[in-house]
Design a binder for this molecule. Sequence first.
Ligand code: DX5
Ligand code: ZN
Length: 223
Amino acid sequence: MKKTIPSKCLAPSILSADFTKLKDEIDSVSKYSGMIHIDVMDNHFVPNLTIGPCVVHSLSKVTNLPLDCHLMVDKPDSLIKSFVESGANLISVHIENNAHLNRTINLIKKEGILAGVAINPSTPVSTLEEILSDVDFVLVMSVNPGFGGQSFIKKSISKIKKLKELIFEEELSVKIEVDGGVSISNLKILKEAGVDWFVAGSSVFSSKSPRDSAKELFEEING
Ligand code: DX5
Ligand code: ZN
């Protein structure tokens, strides 16, 4: 199902949340969040294993926030339907391991939800040229995917600026989502570079007060 997402918003990543109380963790930040970011890892595309559709299904019953599923997996096509049926409202897939990206994006869009393409830190913006007009958003990884709590890669800022220019030149309304190492210390510069949606895992859920951290990020995003 398509849900309304604010034009600029915080997307807390539950990868750094306490998995024994995901509902409480989400509730603590929901006032300041435009969606919830869910990292799906398969131990093939990335060296880690996380969440599948059944967890997404459970979460869809306890929050009204849009569920943003970031698929860091090989062969995403066979998973799309089950994630959508479980309640995913946005799905992003990586460009690096997909020879038929246009088909995958069309599969997501056919399900009536928002489709995004994700790029790793070493993947240039130029690789997006032929797919940009087909997607609703681009997820720019600002760490190497696989784990929360890594340091932000500064080069991502110039990539985001380049992407923003490309979107402008092509007169598209594609959103830019940034993911990895996002915190209050780099949020302003990311916002100026053109980011619309800010994923934040450890800076929210590993902090002393997830609620206060989400509030601080929310205020900087909307300030
Ligand atoms: C990493 C994931 C991120 C991760 C971000 O592969 O895609 O969404 O949860 O965590 P932080 O904000 O701690 O870098
Ligand atoms: Zn992610």
